[in-house]
Design a protein around this ligand. Structure first.
Ligand SMILES: NC(=O)C1=CN([C@@H]2O[C@H](COP(=O)(O)OP(=O)(O)OC[C@H]3O[C@@H](n4cnc5c(N)ncnc54)[C@H](O)[C@@H]3O)[C@@H](O)[C@H]2O)C=CC1
Length: 452
């Protein structure tokens, strides 16, 4: 892709902070932002053979595109970045101004990007709606963590690695950065001035470099994506399928993690699903998919996918994993298809052979929605340290039922299910003294973005 701008490393006009004029006026990418060549293999993975496209991410779970680099600030290589630095203050001020016109600004950003660099359009899904949200979310997430460089860097590295599967290359970042500055220039009229623009350029340069370096590191470790053939497809309810796939090469992951998944029917549209089993010797991976209204990927996986179909998998992500150096009990709450990673965690404990109490609460709207209860009960029968309780919606909400079975202050808690369940689960557990650091769950932002 000859898109933008790729200024060779080390060259480049003004460099970070040296923005002359408004990038919004530039006709082509590439003046002020010059990513340094990442250490290691140059660039990022090329678009896949056969013209497969890719896109970038932002939170695990869904459809991302290269735009995310746009996050906001981290100042400084210097993690100085953070806290209340003048750059951070300017960036937040700009974001606050554009928040009410975020939709228009994001549309304008993509229009600028694609008009100036038409080949970049192929990296994104045909329908851009969810994509627009992703850009904004990435910006807001970065802004939220600007005062915490460690968290921010972690987030951006994750973002950079995740972008590999979209085909994002180091050379694309200047084009995105310049479109972003162009859009901000147009929509942040009240707060925009030369110093604010310089702050954004410095911040974007830092962000981009973190993402580029993370992608380059990751390139030494594994492919940007895996092909995976569907080998089994079992419809458990009219809208829930258990889908098993065989990756085309070894796929290393940990129980409790998730992967993004793309079907052949919706190119460049990715959704996150948790592994529903711990790593197994035959290398097969299983996912639990519920078809949600208007969900392209979920409906394709439940109603269309059949053995022989080939999907694409992004790399594993997520930190909802078990610490096997500890003997403390595990409290696992799985709501609906959120039981998938809980099952994987139980299998993981089995495989590590440690006898530690594991208490599973499996929440569902009705009896019929307990699509995996037989598996969970079989596990309970085989392992005396495991307790499994099914909780059907009734007078008492799931988190209250869990709380009533405490005390849990000696346990590590794992929450998996709809975002509302996770939020109220956190509140319930914090309320009975479980410290924050002992409660694990997937990113709520990503879960919200993951539907479809
Ligand atoms: N398929 C997968 O691999 C995974 C899916 N998830 C998420 O799990 C969710 C599963 O959706 P469904 O099966 O439709 O679940 P659902 O809507 O049927 O709810 C499952 C359980 O959660 C409880 N719940 C729902 N909202 C609640 C709230 N606001 N407060 C307290 N409890 C609440 C319900 O009462 C029920 O017991 C989706 O959001 C999905 O993104 C999470 C991890 C993995």
């Amino acid at each position: 892709m000859n898109a933008a701008t790729t200024t060779p490393a080390g060259r480049g006009s003004s460099g970070p902070g040296g923005a002359e004029g408004s990038a919004g006026d530039q006709g082509a990418a590439g003046g002020w932002f010059t990513p340094r060549t990442p250490a290691g293999p140059p660039g990022n993975a090329p678009a896949s053979p056969g013209g497969e496209r890719v896109r970038p991410p932002a939170a695990p779970a869904t459809q991302p595109p290269p735009a995310p680099p746009a996050a906001s600030g981290v100042p400084g290589a210097t993690a100085a970045a953070a806290s209340g630095s003048p750059d951070a203050i300017r960036i937040r001020r700009t974001l606050a101004e554009v928040a009410p016109v975020a939709d228009q600004m994001t549309s304008y950003f993509y229009a600028l990007l694609f008009v100036r660099h038409p080949p970049l359009r192929d990296l994104f899904p045909v329908a851009m709606d969810a994509q627009r949200d992703r850009l904004l979310r990435a910006l807001l997430t970065a802004a939220e963590h600007m005062d915490d460089p460690a968290v921010l860097t972690d987030y951006l590295r994750h973002l950079g690695r995740g972008h590999r599967k979209y085909g994002t290359q180091a050379a694309h970042y200047p084009a995105v950065g310049e479109a972003l500055i162009g859009a901000l220039t147009r929509y942040a009229t009240r707060t925009w001035d030369g110093e604010t623009e310089a702050a954004w350029i410095r911040t974007y340069t830092t962000i981009s470099q973190i993402m580029i370096d993370a992608a380059a590191d990751d390139e030494r470790k594994g492919p940007p994506w895996w092909h995976a053939e569907v080998v089994a497809h079992e419809l458990r309810t009219p809208d829930i399928a258990v889908v098993t796939v065989r990756p085309d090469q070894p796929y290393p992951f940990l129980a409790g993690q998730y992967a993004s998944l793309e079907t052949p029917w919706w190119p460049r549209v990715w959704r996150h699903y948790s592994f529903a089993a711990a790593p197994r010797p035959d290398g097969l991976l299983t996912f639990h998919v519920k078809a949600v209204p208007a969900g392209w990927v979920s409906n394709a996986l439940v109603h269309r996918a059949r053995p022989g179909d080939v999907l694409r998998l992004g790399p594993p992500a997520g930190s909802m994993t078990v610490d096997h150096t500890s003997d403390s009990g595990l409290l696992c709450v799985g709501g609906g298809t959120g039981i998938a990673p809980i099952k994987a965690l139980v299998e993981d404990v089995v495989e590590h052979g440690r006898r530690r109490p594991v208490e599973v609460f499996y929440g569902a709207r009705t009896d019929h929605d307990l699509y995996d209860i037989d598996t969970m009960l079989r596990l309970r029968q085989a392992h005396p340290w495991l307790e499994v309780r099914a909780v059907i919606d009734g007078k008492t909400p799931l988190p209250d039922v869990v709380r009533a079975h405490g005390p849990w202050d000696e346990y590590h808690a794992y929450l998996s299910g709809p975002p509302g369940m996770i939020r109220s689960g956190i509140d319930a557990l914090r309320g009975v003294g479980v410290p924050h650091e002992r409660i694990r769950h997937d990113s709520l932002d990503e879960l919200v973005a993951a539907t479809g």
